[in-house]
Each structure stands twice: as structure tokens, then as C-alpha cells.
Design a protein around this ligand. Sequence first.
Ligand SMILES: *[C@@H]1O[C@H](CO)[C@@H](O)[C@H](O)[C@H]1NC(C)=O
Ligand SMILES: *[C@@H]1O[C@H](CO)[C@@H](O)[C@H](O)[C@H]1NC(C)=O
Ligand SMILES: *[C@@H]1O[C@H](CO)[C@@H](O)[C@H](O)[C@H]1NC(C)=O
Ligand SMILES: *[C@@H]1O[C@H](CO)[C@@H](O)[C@H](O)[C@H]1NC(C)=O
Ligand SMILES: *[C@@H]1O[C@H](CO)[C@@H](O)[C@H](O)[C@H]1NC(C)=O
Length: 484
Amino acid sequence: MTVFKHHGEMLTEKRSENGFRVVRRGRRFGRFYRQRSWHWVFFLAALFLMCSVPFALKFFSHGKLESRALNTQEVQEVTSDTVKPRSNRTRRCLDNPISLCQFDSKFWKLFWLFDTILLLFFPINLSDFACIIGFSESVTEIVELNDFMNFSKFSLDYIEKEDKPSTTNFFEPRFGGHQSLQEREKSFYAENQTLHCGFVKGPPQFPSTGFDVDVKDRTYMNTCKVVVSSCIFGSSDFLRRPTSRMISGFSKKNVCFVMFVDEQTLLTLSSEGSIPDDEGHIGLWRIVVVKNLPYKDMRRTGKVPKLLSHRLFPSSRYSIWLDSKMRLQADPMLIIEFFLWRTRSEYAISNHYDRHCVWEEVVRNKHLNKYNHTAIDEQFIFYQSDGLTKFDPSDPNTPLPSYVPEGSFIVRAHTPMSNLFSCLWFNEVDRFTSRDQLSFAYTYLKLRRMNPEKPFYLNMFKDCERRQMTKLFKHRQLSPPSVT
Ligand SMILES: *[C@@H]1O[C@H](CO)[C@@H](O)[C@H](O)[C@H]1NC(C)=O
Ligand SMILES: *[C@@H]1O[C@H](CO)[C@@H](O)[C@H](O)[C@H]1NC(C)=O
Ligand SMILES: *[C@@H]1O[C@H](CO)[C@@H](O)[C@H](O)[C@H]1NC(C)=O
Ligand SMILES: *[C@@H]1O[C@H](CO)[C@@H](O)[C@H](O)[C@H]1NC(C)=O
Ligand SMILES: *[C@@H]1O[C@H](CO)[C@@H](O)[C@H](O)[C@H]1NC(C)=O
């Protein structure tokens, strides 16, 4: 079964334009990170290739005679080099850049052949090199623009409690509440409103709807102004501490790094020697234990801290989410400056490195058996009937560079529009499948469609930029696949 899947995966990926990706995807994320070093090998190879092209041209146009002459000249030079000072030769090379590359013709002939073969099989995508992020030099350089918060203004309230309707006997309180379709439709209007956004409690006699956090942790979370958060539920990952030397003293002091874990994960971490200190920290992470997980599906539970950071950290102005499979390797304030302030955005998320169309994503999710097929179909049919269209890369006015996000890294300002979008997206995950890539574009497009007057500044950045800031690891093997 796995072999078949693996094979099928390779086949689907071959349709992509980039041969290199076939290898990367085929092996899944395990060896994912090596690709960066491979890039450099390829890049150097390409450099050599460029050097050897002039020689090759010469070789083929002037024939072997000249090449031999070149050889003898070079041999002479090499022998004389041992006697004469090196500076002379260097100067000669600099006068004529092409000659820099002409040391030994046989060597270059071989290299030229090797490069051609290499590039034939592993084409380099030069645009990947365009992803080096130009962060500010330091945090002290960052000035939050005065008019940065010039975003759509309205006020949101959240439904805190639902009572048992008098018409039904059976009532089960849900973390996401019981939103009707009419309420759902209304919630998309960017105006003063009270909407469902998780954390809905039942009447007093009912058990908690979940995501319970200790009072001490709650107090701490209430103080955070800027947050980096992540979660591990069901021991699905190891704890990856942010690369400390990349994090400024300012951020260490002013940014809350919060890792949400369930009790099982805490036990696993403790058994491995990662024990929180008296204040609940392991390294930079403040470990917050969540009791009463609201969903049986750990992935769906993971969407609560992922999408609802403005609810968990009510006084925070900015938040960064990263999946626990990644290690943060950049300063959070620099990230906020780069992705939000500089582009005047209120929400930043990376696009998927390969898939841009929700149709593809649906096929993919079914193919990998990521979720109950019937549930995926129900969601997708609903979205199509409500106006979801295919991504059109040739459309210059396309509202998004891609309809499929790679949601493992999200940077957001907690503005009304951004908070509304987060709530709406979470409600889709709560109502339909937990595969949030399926609902992202629909939610965004519907929000835009229903509020033509109120802009939502979403910055969809390149996936390769995300890879510059984080290091990706494999999930822990023991995690049971949670297919619902
Ligand atoms: C290179 O990658 C970019 C996006 O990362 C993509 O738009 C472009 O089509 C790719 N080019 C080739 C030749 O693969
Ligand atoms: C440097 O090379 C020139 C010819 O290119 C030669 O005339 C000169 O003597 C050389 N100088 C030294 C220091 O070897
Ligand atoms: C702020 O937004 C309003 C409308 O949304 C616009 O008219 C105004 O020019 C913006 N101000 C700045 C400084 O961008
Ligand atoms: C929305 O709420 C804000 C304060 O919460 C208030 O100032 C504003 O007038 C309200 N707008 C409307 C249209 O009710
Ligand atoms: C799949 O989803 C459908 C509709 O949501 C549901 O009726 C069915 O029981 C689910 N199947 C499984 C195996 O969970």
C-alpha cells in the first residue's frame, strides 16, 4: 500500500515543471532539508558550467589544433609558474576573465560533460535563489509605521456561551458552538458583530467544551503583546527550540514563546529529559498544558492555537504561528517587520510550493487518504455551489498568488479584518474537514466578495521564504495517523 502510494506520488509530482521536486517530494520531508545544500552543489556546478562554456565554444569552433596550442601554452605557463611569482599570472587572468577558467582543458572537458548531465537531470530553478530574505540589520532599526494600523475598523465580539435550545432534548455543547448556516453567512460581513470563534461554553451543568488552561498560564497569556506559538498534541513531534543565537535580546525579553502541549506530550517530553523549569519554561518555550482537548482528532485540535491566537492572547498585537515540525531560525520582530510592516499587510502566509489550485489539493488529499473522502466531497461541493472557482495563473488580477497555502507558518497583526478572517477560517475547519488548505481560498474569496469596500491586506509570500526562516524536521514516527 505504502509502496503504491509512494509510486503514485512520484507520478503526480512529475507533472510539475521542476525535475528536482520529484526527488524531494518522492522522499517526503525526511531528507527535505538536505535540498538546500544540494542547491549549492548545483549552483557551483552551474558556475563551472558557465566558465566552461567559452572554452567549449572555442573547442568546437576552432577545432582541436587550437586546443592543442592552448594546451602547450598552458603547460608552459604552469611550469613557469613554479618559478615566477604568482601575482603575474593572477593579473593576466583578471585582464581576461575567460582565461580565469582555463587551467586545464581536459579537466574542463570532463566538467562540462558532467555539468550537462547533472543539469539535464536536476535543473536548477534560479528563482529559488531570489528568496534570500532581506531582514533589517537589527531590531533597533525597526520603527512601527504610524499609519500601519490604517486598516478597516470595526469591532468583533465572540459568542462565549450557548444555552440549550428549548426545542430539543438532546444537546451537546461544542467548542465551536452550533452555528447555523444563516449565522455563518452573516458572519462574513466585516462590521460590528458577535460571532462564533471557538471557546464556546455550554450551560453550567454541562462539562467543559475543552481547551482548558491553568489560571497561571492564562494570566501569563493575557499579558503577551507579541507571541510566537506552536503546539504538540498526541506526542506527534519532538520539541524544537528556537535557534537562540538568532533571537535578539529584545525579543527574548518582549516576545512570548508559547508551546501548547497535552498531558500525554508533557509526559513524553519529561521522560526524554525535557522538563519545564519552575516557571514552566523549556529553553525559550513556555510550556502551556492544555486539558480536555476539544476534538478527538489531534489535527483539528491543533487548529485552535494555529488559527485562534487572537483569542488565546487577547491583548497581543502580533502573532507568529509555526508548526512544531519546524525550528524557528529568525528573530520574530524582524519577521514581523519584513512580512507585515514593510508590505503593509495584516496577515501573511506562504503559498504551497507546488499546488495552487484547490481542485488539485482535493485530489491530493484523497490520494494520500488524509481524510474521509465523503467529508471532503461534501465540503468541496458546498464551496463550488457558493462560487469557488479554479485558480487561474494567467489572470493578472487574480486575488491571490495561489489558492493553496502552506499554512505551517503564519504571521499576523491582530487587526479586526485579520481576526475576522481567522475566526471564519476556524469555523470552516470546525464545520467541515480539518484540512485547512481546502478552506483557505474559499474563506478569503468570500470575505473579499462580501466586503468590496473593506480591504483585507493579505501577504501571500513564497514558500522558499518560509524555508529561509525555519528548519523543517520529520514528524515523530510513533504518531498514529489520525484519519477521521
Ligand atoms: C521556479 O519556481 C517558481 C516558484 O518558486 C516558479 O514560478 C517557476 O515557474 C519555476 N521555474 C521553473 C523553470 O521551474
Ligand atoms: C609577467 O608577465 C610578462 C608577460 O606577460 C613578462 O614580460 C614579465 O616578465 C612577467 N613578470 C614577472 C615578474 O614574472
Ligand atoms: C488610510 O486608509 C484610508 C481609507 O482606507 C485612505 O484613504 C488613507 O489614504 C489611508 N492613509 C494612509 C496614510 O495610507
Ligand atoms: C462599531 O463599534 C464601535 C465601538 O465598538 C463604535 O464606535 C461604532 O460606532 C460601531 N459602528 C457601528 C456602525 O455600529
Ligand atoms: C465520512 O463522512 C461521512 C459524512 O460526513 C459520514 O457519514 C461517514 O460516517 C464518515 N465515514 C467514516 C469512516 O468516518
